[in-house]
Design a protein around this ligand. Structure first.
Ligand SMILES: Nc1nc2c(c(=O)[nH]1)N[C@H]1C(S)=C(S)[C@@H](COP(=O)(O)O)O[C@H]1N2
Ligand SMILES: [Mo]
Length: 543
């Protein structure tokens, strides 16, 4: 075992990493050949996303926020580097066939991940992983041949005197006096350092060229150009100009700019859906199936609606909430045309990547549920579901807001579980009333004196009637409410406060138009949304 760690340990590890890079690069190249192929890194990543326990997902969102995907990809990358190094060491320091086994395992895992993708798949989705595996085996073999296998194999190393050599490898003399490797015929073999470096450099170049070409090929599937060419029609009845009085908290724009709008989804790589490849298929428990193109959709009467979207993973005081002016076709009229069976009780929205959400047919009570194509005056950003998505006022995003929408299926709750239901989330999930303090951060130091505290509160489809603030243990005090835009958006509030030196706790709660007061009972996002009051401590300096 010691020999594994003797002088060629690092070289073997580096060679292993170069071999792994070739595999990934070639897989990437193959993935660039078709829209339907994904690289093993993304295929494996997608399976991780689908199978992580919910607590870990919530932890990732808490730690990395909406960078959770980058964190996952970095994690997979690091594991691959370590795995490749290990394969290199085992192949070159122990038994070469073990290396082939290691590469095959990589290939099998990648293939299995591709075959079990959420959206239906063909057998040939395994080609990137297979080609990558074959390329990696070839690379492994090339290293073995070029840098002289016998030098790597411990069986060729003299057994005497290697202990000392192991400790003196920092300068890496190519031949240690006590560690002269010989081949089977007893001839002295020397691995030329230069040859080793050339081999590694060669493999790295192959990997970079293949990977770069793959990325380049893949870029032609981008939907960015298609999006840039979309001209959204004006709504039939444009909304009146919004009164400026709805916005009174300078920290929080009433309409969240698209670039700041939170993004939450299970898509590790953003689905690319150019409009000429897009159709919407309405089917299931309907009298008449409907299939429409993007042009058909734009030719429908489009309506505008201001709606605050909220994520079920949003914790009390959290940022996974945003308001936009959506433009889209009404879902109720579309479904009327299809003729929904009276037995159907669930409307399922299916994304091109296989994600599904589902919500009760009974929520189509006249509210502005939309097949949306526009967000704040632009076509939907790619991240937010271009070219079309669902938006339903009053429902958490996970059960309602399918992005990259391609199918609407009428079914029953008994017959179908949407994506998050087997993962422990509720199948019905109206948004819970919440209120948030935005003008101050927890543990912020502020100067004493008169300040204005402000924030937002939401109770979509019911509307906010009042927001109250409590300073330390005083009584609840009414805040000044900004003008209400409509009952499906949040409402801003402000509260004048004379901050006296010391440590103060500020708590906020809302009351909806039904007279219900926001509960102070704390509950986690799982299974149907967090409750509890946003409470922060601020430190007011001595005067
Ligand atoms: N295709 C797809 N649509 C999806 C999701 C997803 O993972 N995949 N996530 C949903 C969730 S959990 C939320 S909260 C909203 C978020 O929409 P946004 O990213 O545009 O803010 O999208 C919903 N639509
Ligand atoms: Mo969500």
């Amino acid at each position: 075992m010691n020999k594994l760690f003797s002088m060629y340990f690092w070289r073997s590890a580096i060679a292993g990493i170069a071999v792994g890079a070739v595999g990934i690069g070639v897989a990437e190249l193959l993935a660039g050949l078709s829209r339907d192929l994904t690289s093993p890194i993304f295929a494996v990543g997608d399976r991780v996303v689908d199978n992580v326990p919910v607590w870990l997902k919530d932890l990732a969102i808490e730690w990395f926020g909406t960078n959770d995907k980058i964190a996952l990809l970095c994690g997979i990358g690091s594991i691959l580097v370590i795995y490749s190094a290990l394969v290199g060491v085992l192949a070159f320091r122990w038994k070469f066939p073990v290396g082939i086994l290691g590469v095959s395992l990589f290939s099998i895992v990648g293939s299995a991940a591709a075959l079990t993708a959420r959206s239906s798949t063909q057998w040939w989705v395994v080609t990137p992983s297979l080609a990558g595996g074959l390329a990696a085996v070839a690379a492994l073999w090339a290293v073995y041949r070029r840098t002289n296998s016998l030098l790597f194999s411990p069986s060729a190393l003299p057994t005497k005197g290697t202990e000392n050599a192991e400790l003196t490898t920092t300068h890496e003399p190519d031949v240690e006096a006590q560690d002269i490797p010989v081949n089977k015929k007893g001839q002295i073999q020397v691995v030329d350092r230069r040859k080793f470096l050339y081999t590694v450099a060669g493999l790295t170049a192959v990997s970079a060229v293949a990977g770069g070409a793959g990325r380049w090929l893949n870029a032609r599937f981008s939907a960015a150009k298609s999006r840039a060419e979309v001209l959204l029609p004006a709504p039939r009845k444009p909304l009146p100009a919004t009164p400026s009085e709805i916005e009174v908290v300078k920290e929080t724009p009433f309409f969240t700019p698209n670039s700041d709008f939170y993004r939450i989804d299970t898509a590790l790589s953003v689905p690319q859906v150019p409009i000429d490849t897009w159709t919407l298929h309405v089917h299931g428990m309907v009298e008449k199936e409907i299939e429409i193109t993007f042009d058909d959709l734009l030719n429908r009467d489009l309506v505008e609606s201001d709606i605050t979207l909220t994520c079920v993973s949003n914790v009390v005081g959290g940022e996974l909430v945003g308001t936009a002016r959506w433009l889209g076709a009404r879902l109720d009229t579309l479904l009327q045309e299809a003729g929904v069976s009276s037995e159907a009780d669930q409307i399922v929205g299916r994304s091109i990547d296989g994600y599904t959400c589902g919500f009760p047919t009974e929520i189509l009570d006249g509210r502005d549920a939309l097949v949306a194509v526009g967000m704040n005056g632009e076509p939907l950003p790619l991240d937010h579901g271009f070219p079309a998505r669902l938006i339903v006022p009053g429902l958490y995003g996970y059960i309602s807001a399918t992005k990259w929408l391609t199918e609407i299926e009428l079914t029953t709750f008994a017959a179908f579980d949407q994506y998050w239901v087997p993962r422990g989330y509720a199948d019905r999930a109206p948004i819970k009333m919440q209120s948030r303090i935005d003008s101050l951060q927890g543990l912020q130091r502020i100067a004493p004196g008169n300040i204005t505290i402000g924030g937002v509160a939401w109770a979509q489809t019911i509307g906010i009637e009042a927001v109250e603030v409590k300073i330390d243990d005083s009584d609840w005090a009414e805040t000044d409410l900004a003008q209400e835009l409509n009952s499906t958006t949040w409402r801003q509030w402000t509260f004048p406060w004379k901050a006296l030196p010391g440590r103060h706790t500020i708590t906020v709660r809302a009351k909806d138009r039904n007279g219900t007061i926001q509960t102070d009972e704390r509950s986690e996002p799982l299974p149907n949304g967090a409750t509890g009051l946003h409470k922060i401590v601020v430190l007011v300096d001595a005067s």
